[in-house]
Design a protein around this ligand. Structure first.
Ligand code: ADP
Ligand code: MG
Length: 713
């Protein structure tokens, strides 16, 4: 066997799961251990500083210098007691990853070494931003970018072997105030949503003072042994396998989903949970996913801003903890061809005055409230379904959406039978019927010993990209590696805009002399009629749906460049500007950055594939070809030769296409050229190499095979 692969094989077989005795730790006691949460603030801050911080969180405003210093001091004291030496502003640039630059507390006073952390250092930093993507917003001579603490996001301590660092979640903006990250526009959409919900609440006579958008993220991932990973240049460099023959046994036995969790994975999961819980990420669920070696974890839902931070942090933890266990987590949307890809279901809702606005009620009045928010979300998604698609566009996610898998690129909504019926009645203006009907369904199993079960009033159409699941919407089309802020920005914004429209339409209806209830219902009935094309209960994977969706006027944006073009449309720019979320140039910068990321991703894939074919596959193939030929096996030799030539020709054509694409003079043209001329080469090359993998001796194949990576632990 090729020596390295042989070593990897042996290494994996020799792995042992270390015995880790159960120590009786409770998650409830570990929770937030590394977070500067409210109880710690109360303990470490003066009454005045604590009150001021709380007021700013709730009502906005500025924190004066003196209070800032007091907060920083309290935080430092806690951090030092926890053995922290450094602090960093922690932010989410448009790379999709997180960024940090550490500074020591160490300083000098009168020549004496001390630990110092000022209010200034807590609240603002000036990282040299010239190496972060800015889409032309920042000229290189103006390299200054600013990070500023978001007081609603709690600082935490990140521990790695050898040290602990205090991380302060911040926004990242340019010298001239444009957003260079995901958090800034996210926070602005949350403000817009709060404002819109309040004015609707006023109409509905609801009590409360703050809107809380909520998010629960189900995170899927693959887990493979690190020894195999290291020998897959494609996984290391591009995050996905660019060649590899799907094994005879994939997921067809359906034996993995919710199956028995292998002990090595269990060991990993429990270590991950411990870290996550200490960082305040309330991980709740763990299970095997559909594909071999695919798993999922999900926390309890939280307020959106926090949930977004936590998902970014969780992705970091997944990688780090996996390595500690000699494994590698694959967060790419499609690491293996022919095997299910990974997504990240975003469960989203909003609450006001502690009430979930998307929970159907028991009384007509509660139902009225529910219908207002439910129908407005549907209308918003109908109007901006293309923006939802744009917000989840990436090279990786194109392998799921638009391919024959997972939710399709066409965004539609599934609401289930009961609610579909209610909407029909609403459309027919049978208002009393709708308001008095039971929108929440209780079903009895015919087993007397098992009590009534509260069923989701949706029958869970698994193929729907945007499904109502009882008391929240679930956007399932998000890619597993995405920053969830991106789809959250889109959804918060479009719903805020729609709710504001509702308020206007309601007042117009009242002005015509309609009673309160009648006015609400009339407007909703009109929305249902307009937005009906977005409702789809059928099989989203079927080809017939593409045709049907086209007739309904729903867009099918199959690739990232098309989807991103949506950001350039006037009505989208106007939407972002209207609510002060992003100015035109900020949106255009983002468009450029995302297009560029798409180009770079495909460019890397093309280069890696070519190298693997030329310097790994071909040498082995030629050697074996000569042997078989020498042995007189001419037909076998011919077939090998044909595929070797096919693969080489394929990568050379791909290389020409790649150079031609890069020669295009703007990033949009480059992106389309990569999509149309480079990407199709991948499959062509692969057809040959995957045949060669079958024809060449197993022990000489130069990299781990699918079955080894997916089935050996
Ligand atoms: P499933 O896999 O059946 O879709 P899970 O239990 O794995 O469901 O995940 C559901 C997610 O939805 C969890 O993170 C849960 O906390 C979250 N969730 C529940 N209620 C809400 C809500 N009101 N807003 C946002 N997310 C919610
Ligand atoms: Mg789900």
């Amino acid at each position: 066997m090729s020596t390295l692969r042989n070593m990897a094989f042996q290494t994996v077989l020799d792995r042992q799961v270390p015995a880790r005795p159960v120590n009786g730790e409770r998650y409830s006691e570990l929770f937030n251990r590394f977070v500067f949460d409210e109880p710690k603030m109360r303990q470490y801050l003066s009454k005045n500083a604590y009150r001021r911080w709380k007021a700013v969180c709730e009502q906005g405003g500025k924190i004066d210098r003196e209070t800032a210093n007091e907060i920083a001091n309290g935080m430092k004291q806690w951090a030092l007691e926890m053995g922290v030496t450094h602090y960093t502003h922690w932010f989410q640039p448009l790379t999709g990853l997180t960024a940090e630059k550490h500074d020591a507390f160490l300083d000098f006073e009168g020549g004496q070494p001390i630990e110092r952390f000022s209010g200034q250092a807590l609240f603002q930093q000036e990282p040299d931003a010239s190496s972060f993507p800015s889409g032309g917003l920042r000229n290189t001579f103006e390299a200054r970018g600013y990070t500023a603490w978001d007081p609603n996001a709690t600082p935490f301590i990140f521990e790695m072997s050898g040290g602990r660092t205090l991380c302060i979640p911040t926004v990242f903006i340019s010298y001239t105030g444009e957003s260079l990250d995901y958090k800034t526009p996210l926070l602005r959409t949350l403000m817009a949503l709060d404002k819109a919900v309040r004015s609707v609440a006023e109409i509905l006579g609801m009590e409360g003072d703050k809107t809380e958008a909520t998010l629960g993220v189900e995170q899927e991932y693959f887990l493979i042994d690190r020894a195999f990973f290291a020998l897959r240049k494609d996984l290391v460099m591009a995050g996905r396998t660019l060649l590899g023959r799907p094994p005879a046994r994939g997921q067809q036995l359906e034996d993995h989903y919710f199956g028995f969790i292998p002990e090595r994975v269990y060991d990993f999961m429990t270590a991950l949970e411990r870290e996550a819980i200490q960082l305040g990420i309330p991980l709740k669920t763990r299970h095997n996913e559909v594909a071999p070696s695919q798993f999922e974890c999900a926390p309890l839902f939280e307020e959106v801003n926090r949930a977004v931070d936590h998902n970014q942090l969780l992705m970091n933890l997944l990688r780090i903890v996996a390595r500690r266990k000699n494994m590698e987590v694959l967060l790419h949307e499609k690491p293996f061809a022919g095997i299910n890809g990974s997504g990240k279901h975003c469960n989203w809702s909003m609450a006001f005055g502690g009430v979930n606005l998307l929970a159907p009620g028991k009384t007509p009045q509660e139902n009225l409230r529910f219908l207002v928010f439910f129908v407005n979300v549907i209308k918003a998604v109908y109007s901006y379904h293309d923006l939802v698609r744009a917000s989840i566009a990436s090279a990786g996610n194109d392998h799921r959406l638009g391919a024959n898998e997972a939710p399709p690129a066409i965004i539609s909504i599934f609401v289930g039978n009961i609610l579909r019926k209610a909407l029909e009645e609403l459309k027919k203006c049978n208002y009393d019927e709708v308001l008095e009907s039971k929108l929440e369904s209780i079903s009895t199993l015919d087993i007397p010993t098992i009590p009534e079960v509260l069923l989701d009033n949706t029958d869970r159409n698994r193929t729907s990209p945007f499904a109502f699941t009882g008391n929240k919407f679930e956007l399932r089309a998000v890619g597993s590696s995405a920053n969830t802020a991106s789809p959250m920005i889109a959804i918060n914004l479009m719903v805020a805009d729609q709710l504001q429209q509702f308020v206007e339409d309601y007042h117009a209806a009242r002005a015509q002399g309609l009673t309160h209830e009648k006015a609400v219902m009339e407007v909703l009935a009109r929305y249902v009629k307009e937005a009906e094309p977005i409702l789809f209960e059928g099989d989203n994977y079927a080809d017939a749906w593409k045709e049907e969706a086209r007739r309904r006027g729903l867009r099918n944006l199959e690739s990232t460049p098309e989807a991103l073009d949506v950001y350039k449309e006037e009505r989208i720019v106007a939407l972002f500007e209207r609510h002060g979320v992003m100015k035109r140039q900020e949106l255009m910068a983002r468009y450029e950055i995302l297009m560029e990321r798409y180009v770079k991703q495909l460019d890397i894939e093309a280069q890696v594939l070519r190298a693997i074919v030329l310097n790994r596959v071909v040498p082995v193939g030629v050697g074996y070809h000569n042997e078989v030929k020498g042995a007189g096996l001419d037909t076998v030799a011919e077939t090998i030769k044909k595929h070797l030539e096919g693969a080489v020709k394929g990568v050379e054509e791909m290389e020409q296409a790649r150079c031609a694409a890069l020669a295009e003079d703007d990033v949009a043209r480059q992106a389309y050229a990569f999509r149309d001329h480079v990407k199709p080469c991948f499959d062509r090359v692969r057809r040959h190499t995957d045949e060669l993998e079958l024809l060449l001796p197993a022990d000489r194949w130069p990299m781990p095979k699918y079955w080894e990576m997916l089935f050996l632990k």
